[in-house]
Design a protein around this ligand. Sequence first.
Ligand SMILES: *[C@@H]1O[C@H](CO)[C@@H](O)[C@H](O)[C@H]1NC(C)=O
Length: 272
Amino acid sequence: MRFSSTTLIAGLVVASVDARGVNIENLDKRATPTVYLAGDSTTAKTGGLLMGWGEYLPPLLTGITVVNKAISGRSARSYTNEGRFTELTNLVKTGDIVVIEFGHNDGGSPNSASDNGRSDCPGTGSEVCTSGKTGEKVYTFNYYVETAAKALIAKGASVIFSSQTPNNLWEGGVYGGYGTPVRFVGYASQAAKNLASTTGKASFVDHYQAVANMYLKLGSTKTNSLYPSDHTHTSPEGADLVAKAFAQAVKLAWNGTTPLQGFLKAGNPNVF
Ligand SMILES: *[C@@H]1O[C@H](CO)[C@@H](O)[C@H](O)[C@H]1NC(C)=O
């Protein structure tokens, strides 16, 4: 078949301007931005007696769509290796936000013969471990989340590193929230610092501290009632409160302003 030069020119015109005369480049930005959540079971849509906090974020926000991409059992490493950050990088458009919250499944030693495919290499820099099980090169939490964030930011998104939630801090009836938080809290904060200076598109929310403060206020009986099966996973009521603690930390801009602040509903309750 022969194509006329007119067809060819029409094709080129369509490539830059759509039928309404809107420049295609502008279509890269959504009318309503999306916030994607990357995380584990504590954020994910789980079920039965349990629920992750991401499912309770939508009612606290306005003018932005929430897409919960958290999956049970994942760490920064396994989320990376399964291509889930790549999927997010393909999905995001200019003005979108990605919240990255990992830590519950990131501990342990990848060097061991029973490497579970989730443990990160200890450290916050360019340390590399070798899986004692598969020989896979294993990188640090910071390597995984910062590599993902750079790709997301290159697509026009901004990234919020959120520290993992604490476990039940009233286990055994004694408040355990006064000590040093788990190491992934500092790692997430460090990731934001590392990228904020170079990209201006990374920020940090200390979700761990927000929930710890909330549990101190709720007390032992109430907090224990939010953990129906173990000390990590909350009930739907607990997930709702953990989402509200996140929203309050965003509102207070404790650890710096994040791009979600402008999307908070005015009437959100204070939970700590
Ligand atoms: C974030 O800010 C809160 C409130 O000032 C503080 O308690 C917490 O330690 C900060 N988190 C980090 C990791 O610096």
